[in-house]
Design a protein around this ligand. Sequence first.
Ligand code: ATP
Length: 453
Amino acid sequence: MNKSSDAQRMEKIVSLCKRRGFIFQSSEIYGGLNGCWDYGPLGVELKRNLKDYWWRVMVHERDDVVGMDGSILMNRAVWKASGHEDTFTDPMVDCRSCKARLRADQLVEKKGIKQCPNCGGKDLTAPRAFNLMFKTFIGATEDESSLTYLRPETAQAIFVQFKNVLEVSRKKLPFGIAQIGKAFRNEINPRNFTFRSREFEQMELEYFCRAEEGMRWLDYWKEERLKFYENIGIARDNLHALTVPDEERAFYSKGTYDIEYDFPFGRQELEGVAYRTDYDLSQHQKASGKSLEYFDEETKQKFIPHVVEPSAGVDRTVLALICEAYCEDEAPDEKGKMETRIVLRFHPRISPIKCAVFPLLKNKEPLVAKAKEIVALLRPHMYVFYDETGAIGRRYRRQDEIGTPFGVTVDFETLGEKDLALRDTVTLRDRDSMKQERVPVKDLPSILVSRIS
Ligand code: ATP
C-alpha cells in the first residue's frame, strides 16, 4: 500500500473507533487532553480480552510464573536506585520558527541539515534532556521531601518485591513474576492515535534465571512472544523481531529484541524483550541495604539472579489488533446488490462480543421469546449481544463492523412451524465466510465455546 492509502486507512480506523465506541479522546467535551484516551464499551472488552489472554498464557498455563499487582506510586528511592530519576530522559529540541517541541529523533534531515518536521524550519535549539516521569507529591506539603513520580513502567514494583514473592511462592530458579498495570510517561510528542500515549498499560514479565542461562531465555521468550501475537490473530508476516544493535541497547543489557508490527503509519515497536542481567536487583540491593539474593539449596550458593523481561504495551497491542482486523470487502445488501462491507476480522478469542442473537422479526412474540432464551443459555459462557431492530442484513452488518464472529438467527424453522425436524435449531452465521449452518440450540454453547477459547 502507498503512503496516502495507509494514511486513509488509519483515518478510517480512528473514525470507526470513535463511531462504534472503541476509543474516545479523553476529556473530549473540554477539548481533550493530549496523549490520553478513554476506552468505550467495545474498547474495554477488547482490552480486557487481550489482558486476560496474556494472563492465561503467561501465568495460569505455566508452573514457573506467578502474578502480582503493585502500586502506581512508590517510594522515590526506587526511581533513584533504578536510574530513572537521572537517566529516564528523551532529548528534546524546540523549533524557533513554529515553536514546536520535538523529540530530537523526530527531526528530518535534508542534505545533512536537521529540520523541523512541521514547518521545515532550520532554527532549532540544541537538544536537552527531558525527564519523562510525571512528578507528584505525597501528603499535604509540596516540597522535595514529599516528591515522587507516577511509575513510568510496572517492572520496578516486581524487582523491589522480588524477595517477598520468592518466599511466598516457594519457586526455584528459573521463575517469573508477571504484572499488568498502568504506566505514565510525559512523552514530548504523543502521536499516532494511542500508539504513543502519556498514560498507558503494560503487561510485563520479569523472568529470573541463572547468569549462564540468560541468553537462552532471551531467545526463548522472543519466540514465545511472537507465538502469542500469532495466537491473537496477528499475521506472522506483519511481525518482526529486530535485534537491537549494541550501541542502542541500555548499557546493562546483554541482548534486546524489539518485536515490531507493520502499522499503517510504519513499522513500530509493540514489545521489548530484554536481557537486563542482574542490574535492577543489584541496584535495589545496593540502595536499600536489603539482600535480594537467591539461595541455591543444591550448591549452597547465594547470588543475585539475572532477568529476562518481555515488556508489552496493552494499548499498542489493542491498536495493532484493530489495524490488523480492519477490512473492507463486498457483501450483498437487502436486495442482493453487492455493497462495501466494513468488517473487523478479530480472532474470536479477543473479539469484544462473541455472538449476536437475532429474532428474525421483532413483532413475533415466540421468536423474541426463543431468542431471549438463547441469550440466557449463552450468557454464562461468553459476552452475547441481543438485537431485534432493523432488517436482518443490517443487523449482521452492524456486528461485522465491530468484529462479532458469530450470529445466531431464530426463525420460523426454530419454532418447528415449517418442519418438525428443524424445531429448536437455529442458523449460525460466520462473520468471515458469511456461511450459515443449521445447528441445534442445545449444542450452541459447546460449539461456540470451542471456537472462541
Ligand atoms: P518507545 O521507543 O516506542 O518509546 P520504549 O522502548 O521506551 O518505547 P519500553 O520502555 O521498552 O518502551 O516499554 C515497553 C513497552 O511499553 C513498549 O514496547 C510499548 O508497547 C509500551 N509503551 C512504552 N511507552 C509507551 C507509550 N508512550 N504509549 C504506549 N505504550 C508505550
